[in-house]
Design a protein around this ligand. Sequence first.
Ligand code: NAD
Length: 356
Amino acid sequence: MNKTIAVIRGDGIGPEIVGEAIKVLDAVAAKFGHSFTYQEAPMGGCAIDQFGVPLPDSSLETCLKADSVLLGAVGGPKWDAQPSANRPERGLLKLRASMGLYTNVRPARMFQDLAAACPLRSDIAAKGIDFVVVRELIGGVYFGDHSTTDENGEKKAVDIMSYTEHEVRRVAHVAFQMARKRRRRVTSVDKANVLDTSRLWRKVVTEVAQEYPDVELLHMYVDNAAMQIVRDPSQFDVLVTENLFGDILSDEASQITGSIGMIPSSSMGEGTNGLYEPIHGSAPDIAGQNKANPIGTILAAAMMLRYSFDMPTEADAIEHAVDETLKSGHRCGDILQSGGTLVTCTEMGSQIVSRI
Ligand code: NAD
């Protein structure tokens, strides 16, 4: 199969980790007889430096035309002084909106070989961590109006959170369909005791649940969910929530699995073109030092093969190679507390390639 992949290397460790994911994709292409064509799409701080904007039209067009998009990470202190409308992260928000990517999926799975890196008590970790956070991605407060005004001699800031029924319904369907392929349990997270958007969220999710009688639905307030994720994560299968809550809870969920450097994420809309990236940022503190863990990006490439290219065997091959590499004791710095041998970013990529 021939596929075109738009590549956004981004800033900080972005180019390093994306380079390793491409090495792995090339190994998969060679083994399974596929051909992947990579098209560079500058975005983020590097695009501000080169083009004056975080997402040039040419990059957006490349992403929209490609079969899928692979992203490292964007942002860094160099661009912190940019006006908010021109910050690197704005490029990412615009890309998500332009591609219509309304669902973000982040697995929170603890690798047994990294159990020692789990910050939870061993008796809690022993029950296993394997759930998926399904986050609404292009609605809510991140996409509402933002303003800062002067009022009665002081500044006043306002951010608007809004949701429509169809925005909730489409992401709820994704969650229930995913639960059907897993342990058939959806936990919908909201703040319906306080927020109107959450009351609408709960009503629509409950309606959608009628179409999935084989899937159990539970509702949970977001403050309780934050607590339950560290108290007993084994209770979760598919957790579905709105944009802001999902942003926070999915970071919490990733941290309890060991390291932020291990977790991939996929963002999808109606078509098969998706955006695949690790969940972490550009890690400016370790950028350019060949220290970053590329596994989150490599597993994001596996998700791309599975969800956008319908290549489950090839995706399995990558995930299996990652498991085997961890079993053999290779560790980047962020997961070294679980024991093993320290390797660089490029060595980790090569070890995974050698096991494809
Ligand atoms: P971060 O995720 O970049 O880093 C947090 C900590 O985790 C750092 O100590 C970092 O060294 C470590 N870390 C992250 N990824 C790692 C990896 N693969 N291997 C080893 N260690 C890793 O979060 P931050 O420091 O809050 O943000 C840095 C920049 O990234 C900011 O400009 C932020 O806006 C941006 N950001 C971008 C995205 C994105 O592109 N999707 C997401 C989050 C943050």
